[in-house]
Design a protein around this ligand. Structure first.
Ligand SMILES: [Mn+2]
Length: 330
């Protein structure tokens, strides 16, 4: 859907643009905890656009290792102890207000502008623009920047393209629609380098190769080979010298498994198991995640299961069986 065919979306963007432009104090720009490429890319893209208008925009967040190339040195504030007087908060890609990181959300009264593409977002804030049909929050930020009347530069476009690339699985997921490709084309024409971003995101460290060999050694197939899964735990990470944040990309690799419709990575923390899922065709990872108390998007979702790995596997396969049956795959 383009903006012209959705007047409500365009109206809201205009409303947000006006609110931001007429705000006299600081504009805090933040995203969800454990920021991914879309969260951090959206924060940096919007901040840079607002700053080009002379607005006092403050980007908040801490990049994971694989996204350290995105911010300039000193550009990000890791967290704010107190909010500046008269500040406005823009929460990006944050499905829950409590998950906005680096901002003391218990300080009441700060006006919030909520821009997100998670369907489960409860529409918190003074203005909420929640569009589950958008593949990435970065696309919504790009549209907002147009509504602000700011011309895309390479510095603004590069983090936004990172968001589009990461939230569509390098344009491989089912959400990589025409709008995604048109938006990406605009960002590339504005100076964002697809090659540079793919190179930066695609770097594999020595320890990461060791991690892959250990995790792939745990691969199992279930439900007639339609579900592939692997697990990782502290013992493996310690052996190979990696951290939990370096685990994230592995589930996307599992997704390429021949003949499968669902890829699952079990992150076994001992007392709880976080499951990351990627699905193909009409299978919804989101349906399975929601049934387990989590959330996400149709092709990429996750949940936290209290209990051990066996229990998590049992519960997940139960839901996966229902979902695969729903789409006629079993
Ligand atoms: Mn996102």
């Amino acid at each position: 859907m383009n903006n012209a065919s959705d007047p409500q979306y365009a109206d809201k963007l205009a409303q947000i643009a006006l609110r931001l432009k007429s705000h006299a104090g600081s504009i805090i720009v933040a995203a969800h905890e454990d920021p991914d490429g879309d969260a951090l890319g959206s924060v940096l893209g919007l901040t840079r656009a607002l700053q080009s208008l002379g607005l006092d925009a403050v980007p908040v967040g801490v990049p994971p290792k694989y996204l350290e190339y995105l911010p300039q040195v000193g550009e990000l504030t890791s967290s704010l102890e107190v909010l500046p007087e008269g500040a406005l908060l823009v929460a990006l890609d944050s499905a829950e207000v409590t998950r906005v990181i680096g901002v003391p959300m218990d300080q009441t009264g700060i006006p919030i502008i909520n821009i997100d593409h998670h369907g489960s977002n409860p529409r918190f804030g003074e203005i909420a623009l929640v569009s589950p049909d958008k593949a990435a929050t970065a696309i919504m930020v790009k549209d907002l920047i147009a509504a602000l009347g700011v011309k895309l530069t390479a510095e603004i476009a590069a983090p936004l393209l990172t968001g589009v690339i990461t939230d569509t699985g390098f344009f491989r997921n089912s959400n990589a629609n025409g709008e995604v490709l048109r938006s990406a084309a605009d960002l590339v024409e504005a100076g964002a380098s697809m090659v540079a971003i793919n190179e930066a995101l695609g770097i594999t460290t020595r320890n990461s190769f060791k991690l892959q060999s250990e995790v792939y050694a745990t691969i199992a197939y279930d439900l007639g080979g339609k579900v592939i899964s692997a697990f990782v735990n502290d013992a493996i990470l310690e052996r190979v010298g990696c951290t939990w944040e370096e685990v994230e990309s592995l589930v996307s690799h599992l997704r390429s498994a021949e003949g499968t419709l669902l890829a699952v990575l079990y992150k076994d923390y001992g007392d709880k198991v976080k499951v990351s899922m990627r699905s193909k065709a009409s299978v919804s990872a989101q349906n399975i995640a929601v049934a387990l108390g989590g959330g996400g998007h149709v092709p990429a979702a996750g949940a936290t299961v209290q209990g051990n790995l066996e229990e998590a596997k049992r519960l997940l396969l139960q839901q996966a069986q229902l979902e695969l049956t729903r789409v006629g795959a079993l």
